[in-house]
Each structure stands twice: as C-alpha cells, then as structure tokens.
Design a binder for this molecule. Structure first.
Ligand code: NAP
Length: 320
C-alpha cells in the first residue's frame, strides 16, 4: 500500500511517500481503508523527535492519528463493527508505527465511531482529536456551565475552533486570543470577546473586564505557554487545563483551590460518537477544512509549523 513514512526524526523533509507493508488488525482492532487523514501539531512534534521519550516506536513510522474511512477487516475480538462500515476515529497508540497518512490503518475498535452520512469524509477526518480534547477538557474536567467565563487560547486553530463551538454549546461566555483577521471567524463559531494578542496585552484586557477572574482557561497555545500567568487570571475555585505542560508549582493553586492539570486526550469511541451526533444535528459547528493531497504531507507539516492555519488541514488519501 501507499503511505507516508519516515525513518529518522528531523524536519518535514524526512517524510517520504512510498510502498509500505499492508497492516493486519490486532484482535481488538479494525483495519480501515483511509479516505482522509487529519493533520495535527502532534504529528509534526512526533516527527521532529521532540516527544521521543514519551513513545516507543518501530521504524518506519507513519504519521497521523485522525482518520475517516471504511472498515475492510475486523479483528477476531471486535464486536459491533463489520467490513463496509464508514467510520471516524483516532488511531492513537503509545507505540508509533502505523498512522493514518496511508491507504490502510489499524485502529482500536474502542477508538472509532460511526461516521454520519451527512458529514462528508473530509470534514469527519478533521474532528476526532480536537473535539475529544476540547470536550474532555471543558465539559468533563472543567464542568463548564452556562454563564461561566472561559478563555480559549489560539481560537482560530484546530483545537481552538472545536473548543469555541463546544464552549458555546455549553452556554459559556467566551474570550479567545487570535489576530484581528480571524475575529469574524471566531465570532461566527460563538466567541464573545476575541482579543488580538499581537496588538493588546490579553491578560490586561481580561483583568479589566473580569476583575474577579475567569472560571476556566484552556491553555492551548502552540509555544511559549504562560503557565504562571494562567493561574493569576483564574478566579478562586476556577480551572486551568494545560494542553502541553504540567501545571506550575505555585502556592496559589492550593490556596485558591484552583483545579488544574495537563490533560491528554482520551481516544474514546463512545464519546466521539456522541460528539459526531452533535455535529450532525448542527449543535456543534463543523470547522473549515483545507484539503491537500497525500503527496503534500511535507507541505502540510510546514504549514502546521508556521502556526497560521485556520480550522483544520486534512490529507486526501483514497476515493471510497
Ligand atoms: N493535550 C492534548 O491532548 C492536545 C490535543 C490537541 C492539541 N494539543 C495542543 O494544543 C495546541 C493547539 O493545537 P491546534 O491543533 O489548535 O494547533 P493549530 O491548529 O496549528 O493552531 C494554529 C492557530 O494558532 C494560532 N496562534 C498562533 N500563535 C498564537 C498566539 N501566540 N496566540 C494565539 N493564537 C495563536 C493561529 O491563529 P492566529 O493566526 O490568529 O494567530 C492559528 O490559527 C498545540 O500545542 C497542540 O500540540 C494538545
């Protein structure tokens, strides 16, 4: 089968397109014929070697966790799925080898959900990682409630786009950081107060508007995360969820009973199924998706590294 792979950590150019061994599903997996693969910052951070201490691997590595496609084979212990089912899923594993930037990928049956017919394959591949992360952060961990205030960092990005529509669905008042040219975009998804971080000190703006502090912060910046600042922006009893860092060691956290953690997404197919229904019913807004061909994986990683993509990038793999 055709797929993208790399045999060493390094810049985007280590990605090659070529022939790979056809994978077989393990007993608890399904084998998926891939329609589209979603592109996420984690794909390039794994490729660069930045996170190599946290994962095991078998070379060559194929990048990609987000997938939409059709089941072609089921593992012997899999119940409830059959060849021909259209699915969306998250091919996450702690041992890197198979990924979704390839024509076929094995995925844990527990990490997939049915793809509603109304959601096209290219849209579906953009949803799993960011939607699960945003839901698990805002709805499950922070228990965000109607009328509460939330700051979503990098609101125009993949995770920010999912987090804004989810926070809106939960009834929150939403602050978000993004450049002015993305204000209409983040407002269209439900943001109440976009702040251009290149023109204003977003912390000063929020402190002036919310002197008592925010209820919840989703710290989803790509780099240079202001870990300590988040703790000072949240009200006593509030919640700060870090996407890339452990919380700082600060006495204010215990003193002000701040709930905080580094949250790593859970690849939960049942939860993904409930989220897909919310998208299908129009209760959550689908993100804008830019489609690139599979042979443009190098460009996709460079674009992701540039930090300016709005919504999601996906790679087209096969016509189904
Ligand atoms: N823990 C987890 O399970 C988990 C899951 C998913 C993602 N993440 C992490 O969450 C972060 C965001 O992921 P993503 O998928 O949203 O990335 P992304 O789609 O690549 O984000 C791109 C966006 O970042 C915005 N941006 C860049 N610099 C910014 C700044 N200084 N302030 C505000 N916005 C800025 C850009 O908007 P402008 O052009 O308007 O600046 C752009 O729209 C990444 O670090 C990723 O690794 C963690």
């Amino acid at each position: 089968m055709r797929g993208v792979y790399y045999n060493e950590f390094g810049p985007a150019e280590v990605l090659k397109l070529g022939d790979l061994t056809m994978p077989e599903p393990a007993p608890d997996e399904v084998l998926v014929k891939v329609a589209y693969a979603g592109v996420n910052p984690i794909d390039r951070r794994l490729r660069s070697g930045e996170l190599q201490d946290f994962f095991t691997r078998e070379w060559p590595l194929t990048p990609g966790w987000d997938v939409s496609g059709r089941i072609v084979k089921v593992g012997r212990d899999v119940k409830g799925w059959k060849a021909g089912d259209d699915i969306v899923g998250l091919a996450f594993t702690w041992n890197l080898h198979h990924g979704t930037y390839a024509e076929f990928v094995p995925v844990k049956a527990a990490s997939i959900a049915a793809k509603p017919a109304e959601i096209p394959f290219h849209q579906a591949a953009a949803l799993p990682l960011v939607s699960l992360t945003a839901w698990e952060s805002l709805a499950e961990y922070a228990e965000l409630k109607p009328g509460q205030t939330v700051l979503i960092q990098a609101g125009a990005g993949g995770l920010g786009s999912a987090a804004i529509t989810i926070a809106k669905h939960l009834g929150a008042k939403i602050y978000t950081t993004t450049r002015t040219e993305n204000f209409d975009y983040v407002r269209s998804r439900g943001a109440d107060h976009p702040i251009d971080y290149t023109r204003e000190d977003y912390m000063a703006v929020i402190k002036a508007r919310e002197p008592g502090g925010l209820d919840v912060i989703l710290e989803s910046l790509l780099v240079d995360v202001p870990v300590e600042a988040d703790i000072s922006l949240v009200k006593p009893g509030g919640t700060v969820i870090y996407m890339n860092n452990e919380p700082p060691d600060m006495p204010e956290i215990a003193r002000n009973q701040i709930k905080t953690k580094f949250l790593h997404h859970r690849p939960d197919g049942e939860s993904l199924g409930r989220l897909m229904k919310l998208y299908q019913q129009g209760k959550l807004a689908l993100p804008p998706v830019e489609v690139l061909p599979l042979d443009a994986a190098v460009e996709a990683h460079k674009r992701s590294e540039g930090g300016r993509t709005r919504g999601k990038l996906v790679l087209k793999v096969l016509d189904l």
